[in-house]
Design a protein around this ligand. Structure first.
Ligand SMILES: Nc1ncnc2c1ncn2[C@@H]1O[C@H](COP(=O)(O)OP(=O)(O)OP(=O)(O)O)[C@@H](O)[C@H]1O
Ligand SMILES: [Mg+2]
Length: 253
């Protein structure tokens, strides 16, 4: 496969200004260029306010912007089920719907009506996030970690090409966070899917990412490297300290 065929996502000269032509005008992203390879797990670090969420939202089609976002070489300005987003917030599920109905809602919206298929997809994704048998619970009956598992299941059920994750584990306790990192690592190696994952945690980026990057103000990419450390990566892995240092100094310089 050529490099071009292997490229699933391309961001070209993307710029985003909020509140243009007002006194609150904010130039958040300036000419961002980024190519992401199929099945890559790209982790993005960067100081608060540098535009990480905005970049993901532009890629998801939730924001207007200058420039282009191409998926498989085709321009994508609108949201689509080829790119789905998972957020940090525990409240990204509909509180009045059960786990099962939360997972099935976007499927139905996207034209899947067959009851057997809905059931089968729900069971399949719940098994992937280790929540088999929890279909009938409501979000208020779930822990934060379980809610994030459902949010991931909901994304997987759509069989997207790209999953955009905006600090999905940031609000979890350290133990649950580690557990979910392990699950996501396993899922990402089993799925034919590309991940863009924002985090503030350097360790998380190195454990999950096949590629890690640091953004600075304006969405400028100041560090970008392939993570070739053999998985599962731990702080004791060979090469871990060096990559951690490079990310740390790019973040705090
Ligand atoms: N809807 C909006 N209207 C106006 N300004 C916005 C809007 N959304 C984001 N911004 C501004 O854009 C800048 C980048 O915000 P963004 O949320 O992308 O940063 P971030 O890198 O994700 O930060 P954090 O790490 O804190 O989540 C900030 O200055 C923010 O105030
Ligand atoms: Mg953010």
């Amino acid at each position: 496969m050529t490099e071009k065929e292997n490229c699933i996502l391309e961001v070209r000269n993307l710029s985003k200004v909020f509140d243009a032509d007002t006194e609150r005008e904010k130039d958040v992203l300036r000419n961002v260029n980024l190519s992401v390879a199929r099945n890559e797990f790209l982790c993005m670090l960067g100081p608060s306010g540098c535009g990480k969420t905005t970049l993901l939202r532009c890629i998801a089609g939730f924001e207007s912007y200058e420039g282009s976002v191409l998926v498989n070489g085709m321009e994508r300005k609108q949201p689509g089920i080829d790119r789905v987003m998972v957020f940090q917030d525990f409240n990204q599920l509909f509180p009045w719907k059960t786990v099962e109905k939360n997972i099935q809602y976007p499927l139905k919206v996207n034209g899947i009506r067959d009851k057997a298929e809905l059931k089968q997809r729900t069971e399949e994704v719940l098994a992937k996030v280790k929540l088999s048998g929890q279909e009938k619970y409501y979000p208020y009956q779930l822990s934060g970690g379980m809610k994030q598992r459902v949010a991931i299941a909901k994304a997987l059920a759509l069989k997207p090409e790209i999953i955009l994750m905006d600090e999905p584990f940031a609000a979890l306790d350290a133990m649950t966070r580690r557990e979910l990192q392990e699950e996501l690592l396993r899922i990402s190696t089993e799925e034919k899917c590309t991940f863009l994952f924002i985090t503030h945690n350097i360790q998380e980026a190195i454990v999950l990412g096949t590629r890690v990057m640091v953004l600075a103000e304006g969405g400028r990419i100041v560090e970008d490297e392939k993570n070739v450390i053999a998985r599962p990566v731990t702080p004791a892995s060979e090469g871990y300290g060096e990559i951690w240092e490079r990310m740390h100094s790019a973040l705090y310089k």
